[in-house]
Design a protein around this ligand. Sequence first.
Ligand code: ADP
Length: 393
Amino acid sequence: MKVLSVNAGSSSLKFQMYEMPEEKVLISGTFERIGLENSFYTIKINEDKIKKESNLSNHEVAVQILIRELLENQVIDNLDEIKAVGHRVVHGASKYASSVVITEEVIQDIKSFSDLAPLHNPANVMGICAFIEAIPNAIQVACFDTAFHQTMKEERFLYAVPYEWYTKYGIRKYGFHGMSHKYVSEYTRELLDKEFCNIIVCHLGNGGSISAVRDGRCIDTTMGFTPNAGIVMGSRSGDIDYSIIPYLMKKTGKSIDEIDQELNKKSGMLGLSGVSSDFRDIDAKIAEKDKQSIMAHYLYVNSIVGYIAKYYVELGGVDAICFTAGVGENAPHVRRMVIDRLNCLGIKVDRSKNDEIRFGKEGIISTEDSTVPCFVIPTNEEVMIARDAYSFI
Ligand code: ADP
C-alpha cells in the first residue's frame, strides 16, 4: 500500500513515497524555488538522483509534475494506488494533540493558526489543497509539529505572565520538532525494551530543541511560543532576556521587525562566531584557532548541558540521552563536549565509538560503566508522517 509523506514550505515541497507497512522508500524528491525564477526539482529513485529545471509557478504545478514522475517512473500505475497523504503542519496550537484526517474544519483551523506560524502554516495549507485536488481519493492527514508536546502540563507550558495572555491570546509554550522527538523517543524505547522509561532527546540541527519524555509522553521541551526559544541554534538566539529588545530599539532606532529578523537570522552560532550558522564552517575556523568560534562552541554546549541537567532533574533521572539531526548525528566533538560535562552524573562518553558514529549511523556512544546510555539515533520525521497517515487507512 502506497503512502506519501509531504513537507510543503512557502517555496519548496519535499516528498517521500513509502510502501507500507514495510516502510520502504520507493521514490523521494524536492521541488525548490516554487513561484520564483530558476525553479527546479530533484527526484531520487533506486539510488539515481535526477535534477530537472522546470517552471514551478505554484504548488499545484509541482504536485502535477510529482504525479507525472510517479507514473513515468512506474512507481504507480494509477492514482488510486496512493491510499494516504500525510502532511507536515507546523502549528496545531492547543487544539491538536495528535495527527488528524483533514476536513474543511481542519483546514480552517490550520489557516486560523497562521498568526502563530506565519511562514509555515499558510504554505502547509497550499500543499494540502494541491494534494486534495490532485489525489481526491486518498485520505489526507495533518501531522502537527506541536502535537507531541501537547502532553505538557500547565506548570510546564505556561509563562509567568498575566494568565489572561494565555486564555485570550494563546501565549504559552507549544514546542516544535514534535515528529522528530516522537520518532527518536519511540525508537529508543524499543532499543531499551522498556515501556516505562525517561528519555532526553537532543534534536540538534540548524534549528535545535531538547525534550524530556516520560513513558512516551513529552513532559517538557525547550522551544516555546515560537521556535526561537531554548538552546542556541544555527542562526537563532535561543533564550534571551526579553528586555534586550526594547533597549535595542531605543538605542539603535531599529524597528521591532528588524530586531526580530536579527534574532532569527543573524544570531545563534552565526551571530556569535561571525562566521556561519553551519558547524562545518565554524569547525574549520576552530582548526585555525579562531577565538570567537571557539567561544561560540562553548556557549552552544553550555546551553545544551543546561537543559539536559534541568530535564535530568525534572524527570528524576533518565534511562537514555539521545542525539539526533544534523549536528547531533554528524558532529562527534559536540557530543563529546556535552557528555564530558555530564561526568559529574556518572555519564561518560566512549571516545572511539563516538568518533565512529556519524553520517547516518546509529548506535551507543557511552561507556559500559556510564550511569546513563547515550545514543545517536538518526531522525526520520518523514517515516513518522507516513506511519501516522497509514494508521488512518
Ligand atoms: P534543519 O533541518 O534544522 O535545517 P539539519 O538537521 O539538517 O537542520 O542540520 C543541519 C546542520 O547540521 C548544518 O547547518 C550543520 O551545522 C550541521 N551539520 C551537518 N553535517 C555536519 C557535519 N558533518 N559536521 C558538523 N556539523 C554538521
